[in-house]
Design a protein around this ligand. Sequence first.
Ligand code: CMC
Length: 431
Amino acid sequence: MEKKRIATLSFNDGTPSVELPILSGTLGPDVIDIRNLAKTGMFTYDPGYLSTASCNSGITYIDGEAGHLYYRGYPIEQLAEKAGFLEVSHLLLYGDLPTQQKKEEFERKIKYRTMVHDQLMTFYKGFRRDAHPMAVMVGVVGALSAFYHDSLDINNPEHREISALRLIAKVPTIAAMCYKYNIGHPFMYPNNELGYVENFLHMMFATPCEPYHANPKLVRALERIFILHADHEQNASTSTVRLAGSSGANPFACVAAGIAALWGPAHGGANEAVLKMLDEIGDISQIPKFVARAKDRNDPFRLMGFGHRVYKNMDPRAKVMRETCYEVLTELGLQNDKMFEMAMELERIALQDEYFIERKLYPNVDFYSGIVLRALKVPLNMFTVIFAIARTIGWISQWNEMISDSERKIGRPRQLYLGQKRRDFVPISER
Ligand code: CMC
């Protein structure tokens, strides 16, 4: 029998040492279970969770050094090539790829729920037309909690499933409505004759006067973006969803919190930031100047779409997206477009430059997905919204896993306090 590994934490001030069990997962590095540490009255200090596993999970596995990403054990490259987004959603939510019958059933359950409550449409009017669609997403998705009281018992697995299906089905509708409201077009109802991705494009680009005929190659490219972004273990937005959910908050509120966290440029806002950066660079001749700025420690400028907290090798999603990017550009005859030429030159330089090589800063998935979305004529301010549609399944699967976990506890980190020591109140006349 394998000997149980233990780590011993000793102190140089006479504090008795503490034995900390070492836990092994099915894959990946072992983790030190520090729960015993509480006995010493001390905590660990780990801003940004660089050395902390915040939970256990059986959904997604990343090996950042090797550049591997698996959903429920399946390599992302295989899923991106062979599966559809709803098949992947089934896999993430229920743990396995569906049989043909289960797949049809699941698709039916999603289609049946694509429409939103009519009353929800009036929410949009409360926003300025020029509001960022992510601001509207946070509000409207959060507002879903006010509509579905019939399925908000988080301790009831059936309720949790219905909420998950509602979110997967309605988030694309809500997202497309954000865009339509933004440009002053009437909302387009979902067309359940269409597949999930095509339906989203229809709600975005069709009008009551004209249908939208999607190019199947472009539909597949967007489906790949959805698959590649569907889950990514305990990233900032997923951790936000889990933390919000740990208090017992309802899934719609938790996913709205996830959308808010996703919005930041260091996370889901990166694909939008990539395009803004390319706009700012303006011309291929300016690239060396911007690369020099990115390398300058005294300049806050960073190359958007490069680097990743976990991947210290090429992000496997970026590899797939890079291929898709070239396919889309060729399909649309855009290989010589100025913006795309700039992006490719930036990629070339960064992959050869010592600064980026040393720090293992590879182009990430958002570098390429931004370019693909641009080619699909998705407006810039909708890029992160697309990411949110895709990540909804990851958020809700992780939330569901957490709620089902018998070890669930409210998420309540501690702190290293560096503020004032105790002091007495001074009346205003004496300050
Ligand atoms: N451009 C220039 N230098 C960089 C960059 C970059 N994009 N990213 C990291 N560095 C440097 C950084 O200055 C530091 O250098 P030094 O060691 O000399 O101080 C070193 O690389 C390590 O950086 P870090 O900030 O400690 O790394 P991190 O793991 O905390 O940050 C990151 C990861 C993704 C926030 C960061 O790489 C970044 O800001 N990238 C640009 C934004 C971006 O593309 N984000 C999308 C991430 S992928 C989508 C997702 O999964 O959400």
